[in-house]
Write a protein that binds this ligand. Structure first.
Ligand code: ACO
Length: 365
């Protein structure tokens, strides 16, 4: 048997046409297009690109956006059920249950044709934000707010979350967040859902696997971890003590390090720009400056002092963006999933189209 690679580090498990990463140079492309070129587009365009393999033309985008907007509403029975879901500190637990519930309301759930799967894809992309906002309204004990069909994907989510129309910059920030979260090759959650899809399980089941895997704080849960870390640090004077304590206890610092990137994660740079814009619009740089100071201290600790290639990852400045948008940390992983669902669906479809069941071996000891 071949040599075992712990954590499958460096193992190439499959071919994909969905995204490309150069971890040494810090390059990320969705369907051949650099991530830097995609963040000024609407999320719907990028979602279409990932799922359909090409950028939509004007008419295709109008149709796709229209369908997403029409499918934003969720079943009244589901809303009643959500009221019974208690999700303590992690809304993703509720989202996972809700995705399972909506599969029962999907009349095409047992239809495994690619056409039916494309319809399910649209429903999933459309309903994720509504479910997350509905879970939050149950949690905070306020009325559920119906989706607003005139707003963008990100703008509508912020509207449902807060009950008021977000500023242009806030809506733009969330659109960019969803795009930057949308896809990332064979990360743990995508790999787990491809395994489910490879057994010919349905898209809802596969996406639930993705959600469950995203939750952990070595993966998507790190975004919530960064928000909590910033709360704990509170003031720039506490940064050095916080970092020293983490190193002493040999604990991981959330939002830093990556299995593939050995330089800056390109998404982290783009998130940093969004965070700075929000800080300037809100006339409050305190949090941004503190995060930047933490980034500098950690560059010294990881790179200069220890010679380790550990840099900010996607979760570091995204957490700063969420704090400027007044998003509760309990929702952070679910909002990550709202973006990622498009990439997950694309991988699910790719797996179905060239399937071989994923079943590696274990070395018996
Ligand atoms: N803080 C402190 N030390 C770190 C960190 C960190 N954030 N990241 C890596 N290291 C250290 C490890 O302790 C290890 O040190 P050692 O060789 O002395 O034992 C070395 O760097 C290698 O780290 P591993 O965890 O073995 O690297 P791996 O590729 O398995 O893990 C991971 C990558 C999980 C992302 C890791 O960097 C980490 O735990 N980061 C913090 C959590 C996080 O931000 N996760 C989000 C990643 S992006 C995403 O999934 C959406």
């Amino acid at each position: 048997m071949e040599e075992m690679k712990k954590g499958l580090e460096g193992v190439v498990a499959l071919d994909t046409r969905i995204s490309f990463i150069d971890g040494a140079k810090g390059i990320l492309k969705y369907r051949g297009i650099n991530i830097e070129e995609l963040t000024d587009l609407p999320y719907d365009t990028v979602s279409y690109l990932l799922i359909n393999g090409k950028l939509p033309n004007e008419l295709e985008l109008i149709e796709y956006s229209q369908r997403i907007r029409e499918d934003r509403c969720v079943n009244a029975k589901l809303l009643e059920m959500l009221k019974n879901i208690y999700f303590g500190e992690e809304a993703l637990d509720g989202l996972r249950t809700a995705v399972s519930l909506i599969s029962h309301f999907d009349y095409e759930n047992d239809d495994h044709s690619s056409n039916a799967n494309k319809n399910k894809a649209i429903r999933l992309v459309a309903k994720f934000p509504t479910i997350v906002a509905a879970l939050n309204s149950c949690y905070e004990g306020h009325e559920y707010i119906e989706p607003h069909s005139d707003l963008s994907h990100g703008g509508n989510f912020l509207y449902m979350l807060k009950g008021c129309i977000p500023t242009e910059l806030e809506a733009e920030a969330l659109e960019k967040d969803l795009i930057l979260s949308a896809e990332h090759e064979l990360n743990p959650s995508t790999f787990s859902l491809r395994i489910a899809a490879s057994t010919r399980s349905d898209p809802y089941s596969a996406i639930i696997c993705g959600l469950c895997t995203l939750k952990g704080n070595l993966h998507g849960g790190a975004r919530k971890g960064v928000m909590e870390m910033l709360d704990e640090i509170r003031k720039p004077e506490n940064i050095k003590g916080y970092v020293a304590d983490k190193f002493e206890k040999r604990e991981k610092i959330m939002g830093f390090g990556h299995r593939v990137y050995k330089t800056w994660d390109p998404r982290a740079r783009l998130y940093k720009q969004v965070a700075k814009k929000l800080a300037l619009e809100k006339g409050d740089r305190y949090l941004f400056d503190m995060a930047e100071e933490l980034e500098k201290v950690l560059y010294y600790e990881f790179v200069e002092k220890r010679g380790k290639a550990i840099y900010p990852n996607v979760d570091f400045y995204s957490a700063v963006v969420y704090k400027y948008l007044d998003i509760p940390s309990e929702l952070a992983t679910s909002i990550f999933a709202m973006g990622r669902v498009s990439g997950w669906i694309a991988h699910c479809m790719e797996q179905y189209s060239e399937n071989k069941v994923i079943r590696p071996r274990a070395h018996f000891v």
